[in-house]
Design a protein around this ligand. Structure first.
Ligand code: 4GW
Ligand code: MN
Length: 321
């Protein structure tokens, strides 16, 4: 009896001494503050029409796979900042007003958001009223003569800007296209270490139909028999450090291809898909989070359209096609 007691007290002492203090925030799985939520039932799937977890055990976020109130209450007290980058070069400044106004209505409500608007015309950035705890920085970038250059350079510019400021100013980051509008809740259920979004035009297809880069000479090459999903480059995100690694690698690959006079079939989207194949996202967002208004009515598996590409008159917005 006495021996056991001695052993126990010795044991617990050495354990408390050897475990370093864990960081309080942020964690991938949070402690909900509420106790009175609906019970998760082990025999009743939240969804039986879609895949809700990847083979590497990353959640795929669809309506009904999470409890929004629980998620909100868990994140409220964490004091995190979410950087959000958006490029508006040339005529694309016309999309900023709707993007920002609808983001203020639906995107990360109640949380701290820092928008970074990269533009060649700072004076064209509209003044949108921001909720408490939210701010906007405008960063001047050059207007490249080839349009492909604008989207190709995004990786490089985001990489540099994370290095220079964002790493000090935010915990998470989302990088988004500007020709988009929010229509419904986009909350902290989307936060994770590394986050990709399923492309609304490809989620029903098998991998041989994905428009990955298929030339082995390119750094973005993916063979026909490989690939998990086709991710859309209009949104990617995660912890700032992870997204820095992503943009750095994609920038490196873009440069390597360029030195061989190669440009991947879908520019940075091809490189993003290569990156996510080799560095699996820890969370995948369903096409609810990246819809396309050109697809028309919503199929039954899309219960909510949260964020969507607007139909744009390409001749009117694109100057140097
Ligand atoms: C062809 O002439 C162009 S111009 C194709 C893209 C252009 C472009 C893109 C631009 O002139 N200015 C600009 O700021 N962008 C940024 O790149 C903007 O943030 C836009 O959302 C993102 C990707 O281009 P996109 O939305 O036109 O690409 P898709 O149609 O594939 O979503
Ligand atoms: Mn777009």
């Amino acid at each position: 009896m006495i021996t056991t007691c001695v052993f126990r007290s010795f044991c617990s002492q050495s354990i408390t001494q050897s475990i370093p203090a864990l960081p309080a925030t942020p964690r991938d799985v949070l402690q909900p503050k509420r106790a009175n939520y609906g019970q998760p039932l082990a025999l009743i799937p939240q969804r039986n029409d879609v895949l809700t977890v990847t083979p590497w055990l990353a959640p795929i976020v669809w309506e009904r796979t999470f409890d929004p109130d629980m998620i909100d209450s868990a994140y409220k007290s964490l004091n995190i900042t979410i950087a959000t980058t958006v490029f508006a070069v040339g005529k694309y400044t016309q999309f900023l007003q709707d993007f920002l106004e609808t983001a203020e209505k639906y995107y990360m409500s109640g949380l701290r958001v820092h928008y970074y608007v990269f533009t060649d015309q700072p004076r064209e950035v509209p003044r949108v009223e921001l909720a408490a705890g939210r701010k906007i920085s405008i960063i001047q970038v050059p207007k490249y003569s080839r349009w492909q250059e604008i989207s190709l350079r995004r990786m490089e510019i985001i990489e540099r800007h994370i290095n220079e400021t964002i790493h000090r100013e935010a915990d998470y980051i989302f990088c988004m296209d500007v020709d988009m509008k929010f229509h419904d809740r986009w909350g902290p259920e989307t936060l994770g270490t590394l986050v990709g979004v399923l492309h609304p035009w490809f989620y029903e297809f098998t991998r041989d139909k994905f428009t990955y880069e298929r030339r082995p000479e390119s750094t973005a090459y993916i063979p026909m028999e490989e690939g998990d999903f086709y991710y859309m480059a209009a949104v990617f995100g995660g912890r700032v450090k992870e997204v820095h690694a992503l943009t750095k690698k994609c920038h490196e690959h873009l440069d390597k291809d360029k030195s061989k006079n190669l440009e991947a079939i879908w520019q940075e989207e091809s490189h993003l898909n290569w990156y996510f194949l080799h560095n699996k996202p820890t969370k995948v967002l369903s096409p609810e989070y990246l819809w396309d208004d050109q697809k028309g009515g919503l199929p039954s598996e899309i219960k909510r359209k949260r964020f969507s590409a607007v139909i744009k008159n390409k001749e009117a917005v694109r100057e140097n096609v």
